[in-house]
Ligand binder design. Structure first.
Ligand SMILES: [Zn+2]
Length: 372
């Protein structure tokens, strides 16, 4: 069951606020890098790991006693603290063997973002919120909740957003007795056992057009890069770089919106139970050629959207075991077809059943839910 959902709400900062946002995001990145620099130096000298507390103490010393660090006095301290904490967390994840050793965050590759203290967030009225460090209220066009969890602010290349977790309210609706199975895939994005199908967005004209646009802008970027002898600091390069970012951002938004629409439509028949695969995708991921396509159409994203929308209206979501042969089994007689390949779009069984491959899988998933 879901407890929290995360939501991004666009902010409308004025020019002064916009500048502060960038300054805070820069400070957060700086704090991370400074923590790494201090930590690395300390280790070189002592062969020991410097505690987080001591890093913070050293940064405060710099701030209070060194002229060139005086700008830190204008940055809310919790931002610096969080930057240091993020570095220390990355460091301990490395020690646990989970991640690579943390590297410096470069300006080009880091999404500008900064941390907002939960207890300092305040909803002022329908259109404004208070953000720590910013004296004037920041405009939003959304009726914000009074309480948010784990908020932070980020820039997506075009706009600023407040990201936060919240406890969703359940909408109780009357459900039918139906159990439906959903097969997700590359050819058809989703096939429902009741016959509904949703095409893969990558086949839509507007997506292909947008992908073309991205390629075009990227080629232009590398041309500018070559012409400037590899200089990434020219204004021409920066401008083009932001064009590429915006084009990518738009493609991402189109995909996200589509998954919202599809998941909304799927749960709108208000079934009692929905059965989905426990990502057979994982097996597909092992196939290198397919993995990119899978990431593109965001099957993971789709299934998580279906799940939370279903659960919010009280529909139970069942995940069929990864070992349940939903595609290789004939839904009519139960025979297994071991040599079924991805190329076989139609399932033809010795029992006489001829059925679309994805629909056969969806029907098997439905039966998995019925026979539990
Ligand atoms: Zn059969």
């Amino acid at each position: 069951m879901i407890d929290y959902l995360r939501q991004n709400v666009r902010l409308y900062p004025d020019e002064a606020q916009n500048q502060s946002f960038f300054r805070y995001a820069g400070a957060m990145r700086w704090a991370y890098n400074e923590a790494k620099a201090i930590s690395d130096r300390y280790y070189k000298k002592t062969k020991k790991t410097i505690p987080e507390k001591y890093i913070r103490y050293l940064i405060r010393q710099e701030r209070d006693h060194i002229e060139s660090y005086a700008w830190l006095k204008e940055i809310p301290y919790h931002i610096i603290k969080k930057g240091v904490a993020n570095y220390c967390r990355a460091r301990s994840e490395f020690f646990k063997g989970k991640k690579n050793f943390p590297v410096f965050k470069s300006k080009d590759k880091t999404r500008p973002s900064f941390y907002q203290r939960t207890d300092n967030y305040r909803r002022i009225d329908r259109g404004h919120i208070k953000i720590s460090g910013i004296k004037t209220p920041v405009k939003v066009k959304f009726n914000m909740p009074d309480k948010v969890y784990d908020p932070y602010i980020f820039f997506d290349g075009k706009y600023w957003y407040l990201s936060y977790a919240f406890k969703p309210e359940r909408t109780e609706v009357e459900l039918t007795d139906e159990v439906i199975g959903i097969d997700v895939g590359l050819k058809t994005l989703a096939t429902v056992s009741d016959g509904r199908t949703y095409e893969n967005i990558n086949r839509q004209k507007r997506i292909l057009k947008q992908q073309k646009r991205i390629k075009h802008e990227q080629r232009k970027l590398s041309r500018i890069y070559r012409q400037n002898g590899g200089d990434k600091t020219t204004s021409g390069y920066r401008k083009q770089k932001s064009k590429v970012k915006k084009a990518n951002r738009r493609l991402g938004n189109m995909r996200g919106t589509y998954n919202h629409e599809v998941s909304k439509d799927i749960v709108s028949s208000r079934p009692k139970t929905i059965v989905v695969e426990d990502l057979a995708v994982r097996n597909l991921m092992k196939n290198r050629h397919l993995s990119k396509a899978i990431q593109n159409c965001g099957l993971y994203d789709l299934l998580s959207k279906i799940t939370y929308k279903a659960e919010l209206q009280g529909t139970q979501v069942v995940k069929a075991s990864r070992f349940y042969p939903s595609s290789k089994r004939c839904h009519n007689c139960g025979r297994l077809k071991k040599d079924l390949t991805l190329k076989d779009r139609t399932y033809i069984c010795d029992c006489g059943e001829v059925v679309d491959r994805d629909l056969n899988a969806a029907l098997n998933l439905r039966d998995y839910g019925l026979n539990r």
